[in-house]
Design a protein around this ligand. Structure first.
Ligand SMILES: [Zn+2]
Length: 276
């Protein structure tokens, strides 16, 4: 079994037009489930309201049951959390919440996020944050950690670990270790975009190695394999998608010689986190 923990569909995004059928075609038979959110509620020239973009993905997920929906949160646009509360109450199939501080140009430390994180706590939903460059004033892992500390019992996923270069990854790993050491936040991360230019998985290996050997023991359960498909040229066909997935399996298995670990990263960690 394999779960891709970070995927999308949606028309009019700066990265392209992606129909639901296209993401289904890209993932093909390679994975069993893809955790998905609608870009039309995040960044699109055809923007949809929080209500409409999320009702849309409920309809799509009913048609394609491989897609497990995340509810997109428009933190800056909404005055209160009534729409999200309605969505989470009426549609328990939402497995978590999705935040994009970079697209909203709203720092993850803003108190405006609290109304949503309170819902995440109430409905027991993990929260996937886009996590940007370590220098980003909206979505650096450090900034997200600050907010995560206010909600230590809510699992917060650093999407892409951090989108910056190696220095950003090193810093994001340090932050994860600090949160584990101090037990003051529940941080997860996903592996989308890390090392995709080189394919050597050097930084992914550094991440796994660090979380495997924390002062509190093995915390590799905090790492989720993900692609961010269909965003990125390397995610635009099933052939390329499968190639990256196979590369991940082969490189991680040959480095750690631990099939159980690979299965955790590809499936069990996401299953346990989202209670699937
Ligand atoms: Zn995303």
């Amino acid at each position: 079994m394999i779960i891709d923990s970070h995927t999308h569909y949606g028309f009019g995004s700066p990265w392209g037009n992606f129909s639901p059928e296209f993401i289904i075609e890209v993932i093909g038979d390679s994975v069993d489930y893809a955790i998905c959110s609608n870009l039309e509620g995040i960044d699109s020239i055809y923007p949809k309201s929080e209500l409409d973009c999320n009702l849309d993905i409920i309809r799509i997920a009913k048609k394609y049951n491989k897609l497990l929906p995340l509810a997109v949160c428009q933190v800056d646009k909404s005055l209160d959390n009534h729409v999200m509360k309605f969505l989470l109450t009426e549609y328990p199939q939402f497995i978590g919440l999705k935040f994009h501080p970079e697209c909203e140009k709203l720092s993850a430390t803003s108190p405006k996020y609290n109304k949503y994180l309170n819902l995440a706590r109430e409905f027991k939903k993990p929260c996937l944050f886009h996590s940007g460059h370590i220098k980003s004033r909206f979505s650096s892992p450090k900034i997200i950690y600050e907010k995560a500390k206010e909600f230590p019992d809510v699992p917060i996923i650093l999407g892409h670990l951090s989108t910056g270069p190696k220095e950003s990854h090193i810093e994001a790993i340090k932050i994860m270790l600090e949160s584990i050491e101090n037990e003051d936040a529940t941080l997860y991360c996903d592996t989308s975009w890390i090392d995709l230019e080189t394919g050597d998985l050097e930084d992914v290996i550094m991440l796994i190695e660090s979380l495997k050997n924390t002062s509190k023991g093995d915390y590799t359960n905090r790492i989720l394999w993900a692609s961010d498909a269909p965003i990125g040229g390397f995610n635009q066909s099933n052939e390329l998608y499968r190639k990256n997935l196979d590369n991940f399996k082969v490189k991680i298995n040959s480095y750690f010689d631990d099939e159980q670990l690979v299965n955790k990263l590809l499936y069990f960690n996401a299953r346990d986190l989202y209670g699937l």
